[in-house]
Write a protein that binds this ligand. Structure first.
Ligand code: SF4
Ligand code: SF4
Length: 461
């Protein structure tokens, strides 16, 4: 396990609040800044579309978990467990193999922090250029006003998207339109907006090194084979231009150590050093490398070692990810959209009405987890001339609805065996879905004239 350090001489990391700029014209093939920004755009699109298109979100009021097209109900514990385990092992595998690359390439906190810094700098430059005649204090006031106004609108939008992961987005629009700060959803939206505003106005990357648990998790999971940013200068080629320090969004000097907890492995310092030393015909002193080995990705020959599968531990964790992904896929593909449950109610074994018909009571639970109406019919096998009362058949159920009803099977005592009759209740669903018949028992009194074949196993009430 590799021990991560904080900046020498500091107890708390102090990334700059603003003012860093990517290296200009990095060498071809090492433009990690452009790669990261492209991935950021894709991540923002994914971040917004996941809840709005119900691809992945956890609807708390309705107790539903949407996962890549499947609407899982909270009582589908098995599938939800597999989903959570899959996500857990995926995050663990990423941290173990690729270090904090998730932080700088994929994390919304980092993406919006960097966007906020860029916006503030651009606004400042624009105001300085546009209002050059005004006093410095006035220009600062104007640029700050613009910045906070834009940030407020962005915070409302981001809070809306974030809360959409837990509350139906259309419901949220309604609450937002009515400026609801009374209900739980409205209060959650207002608090999230405020926190988002504070976060992206003041905290930004400080969040990554103080609050976020992923950085600490990374410290536990990293070992000698985990990808990191490696600085090596055995031949003393560093010209001390400090370009790598100026471009660092986390405000650290990678030359102090390759194992600083603040380093999010973004690669901006690689761009910087390769640009500066490239102009002098020298190779970069900073590069992505596999932990303590110092081997860069390009120096590996085997494809699986290039991908980071460098020891048995990594192969095992990747196999676990594949295993959970496969189990999840199978569980979701075998999932039935309509759930039918039938169970006998044996409070009374049977009752007999005025016309001497025998009644047995059952309970039906029907859940429509699909996206269209479903219609249920029931048939009885193994009991001559029996029929169902107490249920309006066929029974139609809307998507998302649950129905719980009691019904009775009624039979002529002269046509059933005394005691226990083994029957099947056969559900028929439309649209067609295969449901196994329910093997049940129908209990008739023992003292009927035909009482010759079976002995009852239970007593009369
Ligand atoms: S040291 Fe380099 S890789 Fe690490 S955060 Fe700073 S710029 Fe990014
Ligand atoms: S960018 Fe490269 S050459 Fe310049 S200070 Fe950093 S490591 Fe040294």
């Amino acid at each position: 396990m590799t021990e991560l350090q904080t900046n020498p001489g500091t107890t708390a990391p102090a990334p700059p609040r603003k003012k860093y700029a990517p290296a200009k014209d990095p060498l071809p093939g090492t433009n990690y800044h452009r790669l990261r920004k492209t991935i950021h755009v894709i991540c923002v699109v994914i971040f917004i579309t996941l809840p709005l298109l119900n691809i992945m979100r956890f609807d708390i009021p309705r107790q539903r978990f949407y996962f890549f097209g499947a609407e899982l109900w909270i009582n589908e514990f098995g599938i939800i467990f597999l989903s959570l385990m899959f996500c857990l092992f995926l995050v663990t595998a990423m941290a173990m193999i690729y270090g904090r690359m998730y932080c700088s390439y994929l994390c919304p906190q980092m993406i919006f922090s960097e966007a906020s810094v860029t916006l503030e700098d651009k606004l400042k430059r624009w105001v300085n250029k546009r209002f050059i005649d005004l006093a410095v204090g006035t220009r600062i006031f104007i640029s700050r006003s613009f910045f906070y106004a834009i940030l407020l609108v962005a915070s409302v939008f981001l809070a809306f998207i974030f809360i959409s992961y837990f509350v139906e987005p259309r419901d949220l629009v309604h609450r937002l339109a009515h400026l609801d700060i009374k209900t739980a959803g409205g209060i959650a939206g207002a608090v999230t907006t405020l926190l988002t505003l504070i976060d992206f106005a003041f905290l930004r990357q400080r969040f990554c090194t103080t609050v976020c648990p992923y950085g600490y998790l990374q410290g536990i999971l990293a070992d000698k084979n985990t990808l990191l940013i490696d600085y090596r200068d055995e031949t003393k080629m560093c010209i001390k231009c400090l370009k790598c320090v100026r471009v660092c969004p986390m405000g650290i000097d990678i030359r102090d150590s390759s194992h600083q907890i603040e380093c999010t492995h973004c690669g901006e310092c690689i761009d910087a050093c390769s640009t500066v030393l490239g102009k002098l015909g020298k190779p970069t002193l900073i590069d992505y490398a596999w932990g303590a080995t110092g081997l860069t990705v390009g120096q590996e020959n085997a494809w699986y070692r290039k991908l980071g599968l460098r020891d048995a531990k990594r192969v095992i964790i990747l196999l676990l990810v594949v295993l959970y992904a496969s189990a999840l896929y199978i569980a979701i593909s075998m999932r039935q959209p309509v759930l039918v449950r039938i169970a006998p109610d044996r409070t009374n074994l049977y009752t007999i009405d005025n016309q001497h018909f025998v009644h047995n009571k059952f309970r039906l639970q029907l859940s429509n987890r699909g996206h269209s109406d479903t219609t249920l019919n029931l048939a009885i096998q193994g009991l001559a001339d029996a029929h169902i009362i107490g249920l309006q058949l066929p029974l139609t159920l809307k998507p998302g609805a649950v129905e719980q009803q009691e019904f009775e099977i009624i039979a002529d005592p002269s046509k059933v065996a005394p005691g226990v009759n083994y029957i099947h209740i056969v559900p028929q669903l439309s649209p067609d879905q295969k449901v196994e018949p329910f093997a049940e028992t129908f209990i008739a009194p023992m003292d009927t004239p035909q009482s010759t074949t079976q002995q009852p196993t239970e007593s009369k009430p």
